[in-house]
Design a protein around this ligand. Structure first.
Ligand SMILES: [Zn+2]
Length: 324
């Protein structure tokens, strides 16, 4: 059965690739969308980037994939959005939607009557999730964060959905993977609705390199091969190690942040992670690791407050047998 692929005002016939700006209903936002309707039957996969506005590695990877993917090679269809938070991207306004200061990855499910972020989330549910079989969301550290690459897969979902997401995450070439328990993110809520979904984190600090972009593209292509949407067997590569019990460490008091560790660094229980000082150099609070683990990302700005975690770290799952 060959079918047209339609999102709002854009339609791609079988064997066709369509690119254009798509108005999000009931908002003033238009997002760049690429529809790739394959020549063969198969799954429909959604690939988004820039849900957080200044996460450039994922955004550039999605733009390049949108240009390069050829409907002749595709079994099924692909929907790419590059980026989602266009107002934030164009104003270099990190993380939030400028129209309402909401984090799009905390507002799902949305509402047609709500603020712009709520309406974008509502559009995702009714125009995108209603027709997809799998979802890959490309992120990276924001302009104020350092980050080591890792991948999340949905955990707040039916066991079969979570397992399918995990199987795909195993094809991502990063050191670590995390089963997410959240429900209000774009990919999380897709999981709640029964769509296996993953979120890839690579790159940070408002920069991107072609090397990182290539790594993102290779991961997406590998997953599309695993799902049968692209021909050929997925490359068997390094298998990410499971991390659990993530600590998203928030500052007790606002101030200036002086970390003792770097992202990707292995840490030991009780190890000092850093301290927050006041403007006169006086120590306000010091922070120590709750367990042996690894630092995934941390605040890269001198100032710290409730906007961003000081450090996020995870523990090696029992089964991996890895310790410091
Ligand atoms: Zn993000």
């Amino acid at each position: 059965m060959e079918n047209n692929l339609s999102i709002g005002t854009l339609t791609a016939s079988p064997g066709e690739k369509i690119q254009g700006m798509l108005p999000i209903p009931h908002t003033e936002i238009e997002v760049p969308v690429t529809l790739v309707n394959g020549t063969g039957d198969g799954k429909t996969v959604l690939i988004t980037s820039g849900i957080h506005s200044c996460e450039y590695v994922g955004i550039e990877a999605a733009i390049q994939l949108a240009g390069e993917l050829d409907p002749e090679n595709v079994n099924g269809s692909l929907i790419l959005i590059h980026p989602v938070n266009v107002p934030g991207f164009e104003s270099r306004y990190p993380t939030l939607m400028p129209g309402d200061n909401k984090n799009l990855n905390r507002v799902f499910p949305g509402s047609q009557e709500g603020t712009p972020a709520d309406r974008v989330a509502h559009f995702f549910e009714y125009s995108l999730y209603s027709q997809i079989d799998f979802y890959i969301d490309l992120h990276c550290g924001e302009i104020f964060e350092d980050l080591t690459p890792y991948v999340y897969y949905v955990g707040a979902a039916d066991e079969t959905v979570s397992r399918a997401a995990r199987q795909a995450a195993l094809h991502v070439d990063v050191p670590y993977m995390v089963k997410s328990t959240a429900t209000t993110g774009a990919y999380n809520y897709a999981g709640v609705l029964g769509i296996p979904s993953i979120l890839l984190e690579r790159g940070c600090a408002g920069r991107f390199t072609q090397e990182e972009v290539n790594a993102d593209k290779k991961d997406v292509i590998n997953i599309l091969k695993h799902l049968g949407v692209l021909p050929g067997a997925p490359e068997l590569r390094h298998r990410p190690v499971d991390l659990t019990d993530l600590v998203y460490l928030m500052p007790k008091r606002h101030g200036l942040w002086y970390p003792d560790v770097k992202v990707g660094e292995l840490i030991a229980k009780g190890q000092r992670l850093g301290e927050v000082r006041d403007y006169f150099g006086k120590t306000l609070d010091t922070y120590h690791a709750e367990y042996d683990g690894v630092v995934l990302y941390q605040s890269a700005t001198l100032w710290t407050d409730d906007f961003c975690e000081l450090i996020t770290y995870g523990k090696f799952a029992e089964t991996t047998g890895m310790t410091r």
